[in-house]
Design a protein around this ligand. Structure first.
Ligand code: DSN
Length: 398
């Protein structure tokens, strides 16, 4: 067959781009060759609708072993007993994973309490442009205006007043430690299910650099491709001992919602790559990685602060930080475009109580997961902070 050099060259070009930039996109990372090998393996040829031992297609003996291995490793990595927790490793990515949990556990039109998108939540936490906000009713919450951090007493008030069926804890742009126990208390004030979406910090939880939500949550969703450094994919964990008001097990409702409710055949190559990433995250070196990610983010925040940039909430406890560039007259788009020209890739991002529009908000979001994978340490991060500062200063001087 004729070789598709056009596409091959584009992939090479993107590979070169990825290698030549400083990637500070908080939700990205660089996977290992082993993860990419699994993704590009013959497993992509296989249909496997159903679950291990209960498939609609023949020829799934090996695939069953692969999916079971991914499930075993997922539970082991997060120190979960298979007697207490179940995991579904079939979601194609984070948005369908979250959607599946809603479909499984909350009747259409029911209230779900989630963080507002412009305060650090995710579209699928009930935002009106997402199907989750059209099929369910979002009870929004945000951060405190002064501290720019979660105010759990305020959350409790909202939960008591609104009586949501489910509360979602987990964020895409929240730089601070999350108090899972406080979220449990909030959920218990109104008998809500507590769903944690730990997508951003899953790698930190796995590596012991953030407290685990599992002792407090009923359901935990996560993508695999952020700090966890796996392929684009997601997982849904649910407590086995928890019964839904309908009397069914959470696990059964969630499995049905993923397949056949929302998805068709699972991407077996992706599940194998998830298993590979979970294996890698169990190695002692991953603990060091997770702790270095946090150290690097902290140094980046401190250095930028010293140079006069306002960091939302005053700093960071995890892998990301938000810089309020507008405080010095630099809009988010100008900041991210200028940095890209300097070889530093970030994303523009709304800051809490943003007065500017989402397409050109007041800040940028910076994360250290990808650069830490490349081996960067505090001294390198200080140099990056200098480069960011110098580039942004140029805009102010214009
Ligand atoms: N789009 C992801 C992020 O950048 O945080 C969340 O899904």
């Amino acid at each position: 067959m004729k070789k598709d050099t056009q596409l091959f060259n584009l992939i090479k070009k993107e590979e070169k781009r990825q290698k030549s930039v400083i990637n500070l996109i908080a939700s990205e990372n660089y996977v290992s060759d082993a993860v990419r090998e699994a993704l590009g393996s013959v497993l992509t040829n296989k249909y496997a609708e159903g679950y291990p031992g209960k498939r609609y297609y023949g020829g799934n003996v090996v695939v069953d072993e692969i999916e079971n291995l991914a499930r075993e490793r997922a539970l082991k990595l997060f120190k979960l007993s298979p007697k207490k927790w179940s995991v579904n490793v079939q979601p194609y990515s984070g948005s369908p994973a979250n959607m599946a949990v809603y479909l499984a556990l909350v009747p259409p039109g029911g209230k779900v309490m989630g963080m507002r998108l412009d305060m650090g939540g995710h579209l699928t936490h009930g935002h009106k442009v997402s199907a989750t906000g059209k099929l369910w009713q979002q009870v929004p919450y945000g951060v405190d205006a002064k501290t720019e951090m979660l105010d759990y007493a305020e959350l409790e008030k909202i939960a008591r007043r609104e009586q949501p069926k489910m509360i979602i804890a987990g964020f895409t742009a929240y730089p601070r430690r999350i108090d899972w126990k406080a979220f449990r208390r909030v959920a218990d004030t109104c008998g809500a299910i507590l769903m944690v979406d730990m997508s951003h910090i899953a790698g930190l939880v796995a590596g012991g650099a953030h407290t685990s939500p599992f002792p407090y949550a009923d359901v935990v969703t996560t993508t695999v491709h952020k700090t966890l450094r796996g392929p684009r994919a997601a997982m849904i964990f649910s407590r086995i001992d928890k019964l839904h008001v309908s009397g069914s097990k959470f696990q059964d409702l969630i499995d049905k919602a993923v397949f056949p409710g929302l998805q068709g055949g699972p991407h077996v190559n992706q599940i194998a790559a998830v298993a590979t990433a979970l294996f890698e995250a169990m190695q002692p070196s991953f603990k060091m990685y997770a702790s270095q990610v946090v150290k690097n983010a902290r140094v980046l925040a401190e250095e930028l602060k010293k140079k006069g940039w306002r960091i939302v909430s005053g700093g960071t406890d995890n892998h990301l930080l938000l810089v309020d560039t507008w405080a010095r007259g630099v809009a988010g788009t100008a900041a991210s475009d200028t940095l890209e020209k300097e070889g530093i890739i970030v994303n523009k991002n709304a800051i809490p109580f943003d007065t500017r529009k989402p397409m050109d908000p007041s800040g940028i979001r910076l994360g250290t997961a990808a650069v830490t994978t490349q081996g960067l340490k505090e001294k390198d991060i200080r140099k990056i902070a200098d480069r960011i500062h110098n580039a942004l200063e140029k805009i102010i001087q214009k």
